[in-house]
Write a protein that binds this ligand. Sequence first.
Ligand code: ADP
Ligand code: MG
Ligand code: MG
Length: 563
Amino acid sequence: ATFAWTTTNKVQSTSAAAAASPPQISTTSTEVSIQAIMSDIPLDTLAAHANSYASANGIQVERRRDDDNSSFFECAPMSLLPNAYPKDAFQQAHDVAPAFNELIDRVSRDPAFLQDTLGGGVSNMDPYTGKLLQLYQQVYVNEDTSSKPAKAADRLGIHRSDYMLHRPTEQDPYQLKQVELNTIAASFAGLSCKIASLHQYLTTRFATETSDWMEANQKIVSPDNNEATTVAVGVPENPALQRIPLAMKTAFDRYAQRFVDTVNKKNLVILFVVQDGETNTVDQRLLEFALWETHGIPVTRRSLTKLHSDLELNQESGAMILRSTGQEVAVVYFRAGYAPTDYPDGDEGIEWHARLLLEQSRAAKCPSLGYHLAGTKKVQQELARPGVLERFYPDDKQKVEAMRLCFAGLYSMGDDATPEDLQAAQNVLDGKEAFYVLKPQREGGGYNFYGKDLAKKLKENTSHKGSDKDASTLQLGENLAEYILMERLFPPQQRAILLRGGKVEGSGDSVSELGCYGCILVDHEGKVLHNEYAGFLLRTKFSNVDEGGVASGFATLSSPYLC
Ligand code: ADP
Ligand code: MG
Ligand code: MG
């Protein structure tokens, strides 16, 4: 993995945005502040229960010893208790999941839209996205016979749409707003199920002891502001560890059934493409074990680098055999390949070649290149433009409305920028940087610009034509084409106690991001064979931390406590 699981809280310099809604962080004197609220139980006792439960149930991450690189497991970063979450917003995320799944599929089948959106400035400034687009065209657009099996393959999507609660003004109730939609390597389905069980355990076993704490947080997210009017439902069941393996099994069975004349079902395997040195292996293994225990389907794990010499593609049939074992790959599940660092051999190197060979096979890819591209932030920004959802859903107003409700303000920083986009950039230049985030086409956390850094980045890459320094004369430098500008979301701040490596890291005001999984399987003609909501993830971080990834060391795993 390219990201270290840090044991420290990577608190970044407090940004201007934090000043707009100042967090009160108390990472010192933890004992005192927590005990004041949770007076019936010592923190140590609760933390010991959490840690033991985590060990007993695999809420673990892999680490390597410095001296000999051997590995061991330790408790994953987690929130001691769940966070209050409005049940209507949760339901909304649940209900809209199939529509987003289908949207990704439709976008993936529209080469003109992908070329218009991601060709030009984005590809010029970001060669990684350019390379994905080039391979997509090579395999799915050009009349190239070696890609016939790929064109006829099923497409498997395991997506996670991420949301923050946000309100336009303090008088408004919180609304569900999409941060981004992940279509490759959407992680933590395994661990989030176990975390939900942990939090169900703690909040029922210690219901009395934790009730004041839980209620204080419920008031913060309640629609009536500070009145806990509805009865808490608690932590819902998280079906991710059933639904995601089920989607993989459905793709696997389809493969066996379609190629029944030529394959020996016993020889079929699901290939997990992983990073060398990955730390989030338990999360991945939980899917692997569920596939075996529930469906009798074997999984094999390989990095792109190692795969290169192991792939034997039958160009005519599209059958992909692993040389080392003789197994035939029915489904490819990418938990790597989403970052340029996963292709260390460079632009024309062995990892990209392995990716191309896998894509050319008749196996179901999760994701296919089209799904991967449809999950880029540039596509997200383009989909939010007026009329664009309608292009993909010409006669389903309801679905369009349900998806559009989730969109926050999204602005192009490329040569397609509209007057509205330019006004957003001008707002940043005019000192409103606290209300925006600048994002490149990257995955995995840690790449965004906030506050002062954002203002600096825009100042350095813009100019004005003439003497009026306003949006009408603003010119964006071409360096900005690979970025999108997004409205900054300010979720409700609740108190949280965060644990890293099994130790209490601190307590303080926190914000949360809900992830909603969705799985879809579609055949080559666009017929939807399987499409459903597939579980949830809640990540919690201290409110003065801008970035959000768990694996990148910013956030912790938590659960929604519905109220
Ligand atoms: P990545 O693909 O790297 O995860 P994200 O868009 O999810 O990219 O950004 C990373 C993190 O930055 C998020 O988890 C969230 O914590 C924070 N973030 C992203 N967009 C916003 C936003 N509009 N408002 C507030 N925080 C944001
Ligand atoms: Mg992402
Ligand atoms: Mg993200």
